[in-house]
Write a protein that binds this ligand. Structure first.
Ligand code: DC
Length: 228
């Protein structure tokens, strides 16, 4: 059976991670969270206290960063230079740092190449912002996941409530707006829906409903390619 590349793009809080992970599990595919890679670079830059206006040293840090994604029993584990940073990269501050480093073309070049290598053999569900447009423009199936701003803020709020970050819904809404603006307006690989992507609004759907819909799409693609 052909092992496809499935690209899942969309704004933060649209449900990409949950959905992508479950789709990968059901298909026995590799799950790759590209946002975690930008977050790890953002964390490295913050730790090394590199000035935000020095793009060259930030690109150099991205090149030096050893980022490993490992599937574990409690979800994805992310290692930066050999150290587990899975928790640290999930803070809102790390998200903002990720968004900033991701607007630097040299950083994108380094990470896109690594992502292309990870998905080279197919059998991957890769989620991010530019997977269907830049990383795998030839992906067999592309999904653009979206949800209303308020739904996305509520989901982020629920995720953060378990942690000790002091955040309120209004604050999160504002951060989501800021981050979306930066992701959609950056010059290099902005967040846009690929022309051939399927648009799914998840505002009124559970993750499982979305997963089932995507699995139906996979079957349709399999049928068309005659490999099903
Ligand atoms: O999906 P996330 O929230 O973990 O992503 C963190 C940031 O990384 C996000 O603001 C945009 C950036 N990103 C990107 O530019 N391209 C990707 N393929 C994935 C993430």
């Amino acid at each position: 059976m052909t092992r496809f590349r499935i690209a899942i793009d969309g704004p933060s809080g649209a449900g990409k991670s949950t959905v992508a992970r479950r789709v990968a599990q059901r298909l026995g595919y590799l799950y790759i969270d590209t946002g975690a890679m930008y977050r790890a670079v953002g964390l490295k830059v913050t730790r090394e206290q590199l000035p935000w206006d020095q793009a060259d040293s930030i690109v150099e840090a991205a090149r030096r960063a050893r980022i490993e994604l490992r599937a574990g029993p409690r979800g994805l584990r992310v290692l930066l230079d050999g150290v587990d940073v899975s928790g640290e990269i999930r803070t809102e501050a790390a998200g903002q740092a990720a968004s900033r480093v991701s607007s630097i073309p040299g950083v994108r070049k380094v990470l896109v190449r690594a992502q292309q290598e990870l998905g080279r053999r197919g059998g991957v569900v890769m989620e991010g912002r530019d997977i269907g447009t830049k990383v795998f423009p030839e992906a067999e199936l592309k999904i653009f996941l979206d949800a209303s701003e308020h739904t996305r803020a509520r989901r982020r709020f629920a995720q953060h409530r378990h942690k000790r970050e002091a955040l309120n819904l209004e604050g999160i809404l504002e951060e989501i707006r800021q981050r979306d603006r930066r992701d959609r307006e950056r010059a290099d690989s902005p967040l846009v829906q690929a022309q051939d992507a399927h648009y799914l609004d998840t505002s009124n759907q559970t993750a499982d409903e979305v997963v089932e819909k995507i699995l139906e799409m996979v079957q349709a693609v399999e049928g068309k390619s005659g490999s099903g």
